[in-house]
Design a protein. Structure first.
Lengths: 287, 317
């Protein structure tokens, strides 16, 4: 029974990891940018939800569209006016500039909102229900359902729409995409916006489950990357698989080995995967 | 070796001598500032060995700094070793750690290497956080040394050594091997360079200097805890100082450390977060406008907006 409970906890958390990593994987897959800003975008999503909840009493699930829209806009502008200027440079330069943006965002958040621990606590925070002796918290279940819905929507957008085709074409072959009349600068910005929106959604839900601080994003950037690599960087279904895998790994180790090393375990896992199977579980070969 | 090289070497030695008599001239505050500056310069030069010359951008070098700090700290407090033993031990352990993690991790390329090292840096903090001997989360309190000038001279000596090693790398067959790896690793291997060996040595040297700087830092600051020595900020600082000054050059990282740590010191006296904010902004501006660093700007001798505009255009989509 305990094992079943741990399994459920792991899967429910895994959905959230999956959606975090989806944004990271998309941005890497299309533009080859390792987006260190990702965790800061998650942080921003969490704080937007916190403020709409605290100031105006908006339900955190219902304010999700607002968070997503704001983060999309922010991501779009960031790519359009800053990252597009450097996107063809060597990897370490793009990595470095997203690093710089992250540092600026985190420290602005520190100045604006202080480093206090905060959490979004709607009335149903602690509510849960039991099925066959298993305890399932409502919030976690809804978070899981929402992540699945969002990822399905996202996949439909990529696979079925004209915009999605443009994004995939740009990822496939930049020059050819430009020649067929795709506005690649715009497509890059939209892609980053979508990645940021997914990060923001993840942050909004993270803030319902765990306390937030301006620096909450740093380990989450790494986790998103771990999950994305686990599933295969640049693939779209990979992050979900990787997310559930990491959720399960963390939930099992913290129950059976001890809660002291959750991050060490995910990073250990990362290094091992990078060495033995750098393309990930569902990954394809590097071009 | 050209005469120009000898002149710059002599100039460097003269500089060291000049700094050697600095304690006679400067105030106590200035001395503290200089110690910090030397430390930053050591870290920038140490990162330069792996990130600049070899082209492997490590984002986890704070791990070596932390290992050096903790090794020295534990030996000083738990075993009452003299500093003269504890400090080299910190450097050596950091170096061994660099070899141990370098062998697998240096097989990774580009972004995978960057992220793996980032992970190692974060993991080390957590490991130390959970270790008994390091005082876990509470940290370690060092004995107080009555002669603060010791730190000044030791830091300066390590900086001189780090700069000399960078200079040796820029002039030697070994260093040309590293540069060949940076330019094209497959071609370097095809030319008979034992790339895993070269990369591991560069990583180990980088780790050793970061570890030594950490060791001095621990004794100088007298209190360390995992969050203070395994900071991502430390890694950011070394990278940006090296890149700002000009990575892959000998004097670039020194220049970067001098300029950036002076400005950030001025800002940090206002508000601690401002110092970090400043680093973030500098990173963004440097990557956009002068990705080859200050030393390239000086070498080009074109102090016009055209230089920046050209850089801005170079990588845009």
């Amino acid at each position: 029974m305990l094992i079943l409970q741990v399994l459920i906890n792991g899967i429910l958390l895994g959905g959230l990891y999956g959606i975090m990593a989806m944004g990271m994987s998309l941005i890497y897959g299309v533009m080859r940018i390792v987006n260190i800003t990702h965790g800061a975008l998650i942080m921003l999503g969490a704080y937007i939800t916190f403020w709409t909840f605290t100031l105006w009493g908006w339900d955190p699930f219902l304010s999700l569209p607002v968070t997503i829209l704001l983060l999309f806009l922010y991501g779009y502008l960031l790519q359009r006016f800053i990252l597009n200027l450097i996107v063809r440079a060597q990897m370490y330069l793009t990595l470095l500039i997203t690093f710089g943006i992250e540092v600026v965002m985190v420290n602005l958040a520190r100045i604006l909102w202080s480093s206090d621990l905060r959490q979004v606590t709607p009335s149903y925070t602690a509510a849960n229900f039991s099925v066959a002796g298993l305890t399932i918290p409502y919030v976690r279940l809804w978070v899981f359902v929402t992540t699945i819905m969002l990822s399905v929507l996202f996949l439909l957008l990529l696979e079925r729409t004209r915009l999605g085709r443009a994004i995939r074409a740009t990822a496939e072959e930049l020059r050819a995409a430009r020649l067929t009349g795709i506005p690649v600068g715009h497509v890059y910005a939209v892609t980053f916006g979508l990645g940021a929106a997914l990060a923001g959604a993840a942050g909004a839900m993270w803030g319902m489950l765990f306390p937030m601080t301006p620096i909450m994003g740093r380990p989450l950037t790494l986790k998103s990357f771990v999950v994305a690599v686990l599933g295969g960087l640049g693939t779209m279904m990979g992050p979900i698989v990787g997310g559930v895998a990491l959720g399960l790994a963390e939930s099992f180790t913290s129950t059976f080995i001890g809660p002291t090393y959750p991050n060490a375990i995910s990073f250990g896992l990362l290094v091992l995967i990078l060495i033995f199977r750098p393309t990930g579980v569902l990954g394809r070969r590097e071009r | 070796m050209s005469t120009k090289r000898w002149v710059s070497l002599l100039a460097g030695l003269g500089m060291v001598l000049l700094l050697g008599i600095a304690p006679e001239i400067f105030s106590a505050f200035m001395i503290q500032f200089l110690i910090n500056l030397f430390m930053m310069a050591i870290l920038a030069e140490s990162w330069n060995l792996i990130g600049g010359f070899t082209g492997y951008a490590s984002f986890g070098n704070a791990a070596f700094f932390g290992i050096g700090a903790y090794t020295t700290g534990v030996l000083l407090t738990r075993a009452a070793f003299p500093f003269a033993v504890a400090l080299p031990a910190g450097g050596i352990l950091a170096m061994l750690f660099g070899v141990a993690v370098g062998m697998p991790v240096l097989r990774l390329k580009g972004q995978y290497f960057a992220i793996a090292t980032l992970g190692i840096g974060e993991t080390m903090r957590e490991v130390v956080y959970n270790m008994e001997i390091t005082g876990a989360g509470t940290g370690l309190v060092m004995p107080i040394l009555r002669t603060p000038l010791t730190f000044f001279y030791v830091m300066l000596a390590i900086l001189a050594a780090a700069t000399l090693v960078n200079w040796w790398v820029s002039e030697s067959r070994f260093g040309y091997g590293l540069i060949a790896i940076r330019e094209d690793e497959d071609a370097a291997a095809a030319m008979g360079i034992n790339t895993p060996y070269y990369k591991t040595i560069a990583f180990a040297l980088s780790a050793a200097f970061a570890g030594l700087a950490g060791g001095v830092y621990a004794y100088w600051i007298t209190f360390i805890d995992p969050n203070a020595v395994f900071r991502m900020t430390t890694t950011i600082q070394m990278i940006i100082m090296a890149v700002f000054g000009g990575s892959g050059t000998v004097l670039g990282p020194l220049l970067g450390a001098l300029v950036l740590s002076s400005v950030s010191e001025l800002l940090a006296t206002q508000l601690a977060t401002l110092g970090e904010l400043f680093y973030g902004l500098i990173i963004i501006l440097v990557v956009l406008f002068m990705p080859k660093g200050l030393s390239d700007l000086i070498r080009q001798r074109v102090f016009s907006l055209k230089y920046f505009a050209r850089n801005l255009r170079e990588y845009r989509i």
